[in-house]
Write a protein that binds this ligand. Sequence first.
Ligand SMILES: NC(=O)C1=CN([C@@H]2O[C@H](COP(=O)(O)OP(=O)(O)OC[C@H]3O[C@@H](n4cnc5c(N)ncnc54)[C@H](OP(=O)(O)O)[C@@H]3O)[C@@H](O)[C@H]2O)C=CC1
Ligand SMILES: O=C(O)[C@@H]1CCC=N1
Length: 270
Amino acid sequence: MRTTKKYMLGFIGCGHMGMAIARGAVAKEYLERYQLVVYDHHDTNMKTAKGERFGLAKDEADVAENAHIVLLAVNPTQADAVLEKLKEHQPECLLSIVTGLSIAHIQSILGKDTQVIRAMPNTPLQIGEGSTALCKSENCKADEYDFIFQMFAGMGVARTIPEDQMNAIVAVHGSVPAYVYYFIECILKDAVSRGIDEEAARALLVQTVIGSGNLLKQNAGKPIEEFINEVASKGGTTIEAINTFKELNLASIIHEADEKCVKRAEELSH
Ligand SMILES: NC(=O)C1=CN([C@@H]2O[C@H](COP(=O)(O)OP(=O)(O)OC[C@H]3O[C@@H](n4cnc5c(N)ncnc54)[C@H](OP(=O)(O)O)[C@@H]3O)[C@@H](O)[C@H]2O)C=CC1
Ligand SMILES: O=C(O)[C@@H]1CCC=N1
């Protein structure tokens, strides 16, 4: 994409997710380090950005004036204050990853002419294994949207979804890396309590998660139940565990957790 601005992408907020996106884009060689500029409140995040050889901005306005697309990566309660500061500097295109922050709200502050892209990424994108759901404002140009869509697609999987599903999607992939880590933590603690060496258990378990995921990926049309049946030998061990999950209604626990997760996204919405 052509631009007259000094930087292609400017980050306001470069914490966990902002840094993950910046690192992911550079690792995949989609953007060069010199095409990124960063501004964050925290000195430690600015030092990390300096160490990564990204451009450093002095404030929010500096990002808006020098970057073609401004990426808003602050926490939901901090977003309005940033948008108010950007009002004077009218970014051409604003990419927001802020949970619950609607396109209509962004345009109500920045003006209807601002192109807006809303994305829900997840942290594994920093190693090219992420997932990102995206949507855009009606006035967003194909060039800007394609540029951002391809950036995220290059870091894993990307899908366009309707904006009214952006809150519900947190319980599909945005928050879900933490669910997976929690599940892994529970299994590991259990293994150690049974005397298994922690390093060995972690290595075997992590590869199991990767391998199971890859097998699912390579057989996208195959029902999940069939994968379970292939592991659960008749009269064997696995079915005992699966039946216990069913008896204790793990599905309802997951449903309850998802409901709370999505409800929080709705509470944060504006
Ligand atoms: N973490 C994740 O997995 C995901 C997060 N998101 C969304 O991404 C956003 C960021 O999340 P995350 O990276 O985890 O949060 P972090 O708290 O790690 O990062 C946000 C950073 O922005 C800084 N900041 C706040 N206001 C400003 C400002 N005006 N100018 C410059 N920097 C500022 C914060 O500094 P300070 O602490 O000093 O305020 C902080 O360093 C959230 O809205 C979240 O909903 C979306 C998908 C996944
Ligand atoms: O926990 C959060 O609010 C953010 C949104 C998705 C992942 N992290």
